[in-house]
Write a protein of this length. Structure first.
Length: 200
């Protein structure tokens, strides 16, 4: 696997840049910056793209500009253009059903109600692709009801307290992504899934 394809999910534009729903973008922006690589607009791939090498591996990073609910359009285009084997593809995404700071690496599964994953599953016609989900915690309930402010939670900006936790998460995820070609995948999965933000 000398080529690795990482797709972060989020919404394009300044308005959403610091929102919880853009954690996929934020992880890959941090990784790209670490290797002094800039994202360039690639209209034909419906994404901003960054490319660099780690050891002998080429890393291609993508931030779709299709908006979250249509992420599958960009992912399908990228997969077709590069003729990607889905083993080489890793989707990075926020998850409101995981506590803040928890990480879950899964090789398959349903969308769990996440519109970005739902769109990708529909366009790829499979649930069998790698996804790294990062917990943003659940939304607060609306006072006096059983309803939740889901939209304002996921589209709301990350608070300074949340950021200090998420910075540790990004660092841990980036370390794992860097090792995708040098470490057994089962070990990486186990390390990410057992990550404990309190022990750092």
């Amino acid at each position: 696997m000398n080529e690795i394809y990482l797709i972060g999910l989020g919404n394009p534009g300044k308005k959403y840049a610091k929102s919880r729903h853009n954690i996929g973008f934020l992880v890959l922006e941090n990784l790209s910056k670490k290797y002094n690589s800039n994202f360039l607009v690639k209209e034909k791939l419906k994404s901003n793209c960054s490319e660099f090498k780690i050891k002998d591996s080429t890393y291609r990073l993508f931030l779709p500009n299709t908006f979250m609910n249509n992420s599958g359009d960009a992912v399908r285009t990228i997969v077709d253009w590069y003729k990607i084997n889905l083993d080489q593809l890793f989707i990075i995404v926020d998850d409101k059903d995981l506590p803040l700071g928890k990480i879950r690496f899964r090789k398959q599964g349903s969308s769990g109600g996440h519109n970005g994953l739902k769109s990708i599953i529909a366009k790829l016609h499979t649930q069998n692709f790698n996804r790294i989900r990062i917990g943003i915690g659940s939304p607060q309930s609306i006072q006096g009801t059983n309803n939740f402010n889901t939209i304002s939670h996921v589209l709301g900006n990350i608070s300074p307290e949340e950021k200090s936790i998420l910075d540790k998460v990004y660092k841990r995820v980036i370390e794992s992504l860097e090792q995708l070609n040098t470490k057994k995948e089962e070990i990486i999965i186990s390390e990410l899934n057992s990550f404990d933000k309190e022990k750092i």
